[in-house]
Design a protein around this ligand. Structure first.
Ligand code: ZN
Length: 403
């Protein structure tokens, strides 16, 4: 049947076309349509397919066939007949976005190779991110020079030309990357910048790329994966960053250039405050322990202290508890006063009580987590009323001691 005539090869701005249906066939619950000629780009070379419509049917996927054909996938069962004349229309905003990113990629790859000797070995264009894989490791700062040079090419508004040569002719040309394809090759030339074999869609002049911005760089397979944005995507990234920076500078009451210093200062202050809080908690725990001992009740020869404490987590409740049980003959049960409740049970070395068994029964009742040793155990995340937890643990302790 021969190749599908690809209209986008020579006119990437063509959005509407008329043609004949060659084949219609079911394809996994959908319908695959082959046309005589098409402006639809099929997924290939790192660039995603176009979307659009054939008559009023949305085209959800476009794929390359094995024999040079292009297949348009639409939802539902076949409604078109072979030989029928149909109108096709591609989703232009999506296509133009791909053209901006793809042309930007050629320019950025060329400048990375020219200025930094980094060859592009992979390209992926996604809905959000576009990436280039380089054969050597580079950090973001290294790439600034290539980014500047690439944008100079954009603002030069140079022509982007397409021509066809034989594979044999191509060997005599200085392609950025030698092509392994045979037969007729489609070459894309960006004047004074790049000459590559490529089947993708590109803008007609570099100015349409708008701007190229490198966003990320990470180590990848011994080289570097570089994230970048062009044109409309670059503007959206700028808008999003502006929003974040504006919020941050307002919250921190500093100018944009002082942002990182202000965050660092804040982190240092928080660390210093944490140290102060720890020291104060320690002091509070010893005062608290002294007060609590006085509230103890005598049960089976031991002094049992049951109490609720505010502003404490399991860790700080434990630091109070261990102080209380340093003296012989003590058992202490402490709970936090907020939901979810933290609980600590501890006893002096000479008292016969399994604190861990008490915690086990309490956690089983409220389906919570906890554990510890026979002399000190704790539970956290109890979704219950603090006084109820305290009463339950208190009863378990009393019963155990009275035995
Ligand atoms: Zn290309």
């Amino acid at each position: 049947m021969g190749d599908t005539h690809r209209l986008y090869y020579t006119d990437s701005r063509l959005t509407e076309f008329t043609t004949h249906v060659v084949t219609v066939k079911p394809a996994e619950g959908r319908t695959a349509i082959r046309l005589e000629q098409t402006a639809f780009y099929p997924t290939s070379g790192g660039q995603p397919h176009d979307t659009g419509w054939i008559e009023d049917q949305p085209v959800v996927d476009v794929v390359d066939g094995e024999d040079g054909s292009v297949w348009h996938i639409v939802d539902g069962s076949p409604t078109l007949a072979m030989g029928e004349t149909v109108a096709g229309r591609i989703d232009w905003p999506r296509r133009f976005d791909h053209m901006q990113q793809h042309t930007g990629q050629h320019i950025l790859s060329a400048e990375l190779a020219r200025l930094l000797g980094a060859q592009t070995v992979g390209f992926h264009l996604g809905v959000e991110a576009a990436t280039i894989d380089l054969d050597r490791s580079l950090v973001l700062e290294d790439m600034a020079v290539a980014e500047l040079a690439a944008n100079a090419v954009v603002w030069d508004d140079r022509p982007v030309d397409v021509r066809f040569v034989t594979a044999e002719e191509a060997t005599r040309l200085e392609l950025r990357k030698p092509s392994r394809r045979s037969g007729r090759l489609r070459l894309v030339e960006i004047a004074g910048c790049d000459l590559s074999a490529c089947g993708g869609t590109h803008v007609a002049r570099t100015g349409s790329v708008g701007v190229i911005g490198v966003t990320t760089s990470e180590r990848y397979k011994g080289g570097t994966r570089v994230g970048f944005v062009c044109g409309d995507r670059a503007l959206r990234v700028f808008q999003s960053l502006r929003h974040q920076v504006r919020r941050s500078v307002t919250l921190l009451s500093v100018g944009p250039t002082e942002l990182a210093d202000a965050v660092e200062r804040g982190q240092q202050e928080r660390q210093a405050q944490r140290r102060v809080v720890r020291a104060l908690r320690e002091r509070l725990a010893s005062t608290d322990a002294a007060e609590l001992v006085a509230t103890g009740q005598s049960v089976g020869g031991a002094t049992v202290v049951l109490a609720t404490r505010s502003g404490h987590d399991a860790k700080s409740l434990m630091s109070i508890a261990v102080r209380l049980v340093r003296a012989p003959g003590h058992v202490v049960v402490l709970v936090s006063d907020t939901r979810p409740v933290s609980l600590v049970v501890s006893r002096s070395a000479d008292v016969d009580l399994d604190a861990n068994a008490v915690i086990g029964e309490v956690t089983a009742r409220w389906d919570a987590r906890g554990g510890g040793r026979r002399d000190l155990a704790q539970a956290g995340g109890l979704d219950a009323d603090p006084s109820e937890v305290l009463a339950t643990a208190g009863t378990l302790v009393t019963e155990s001691l009275a035995r």
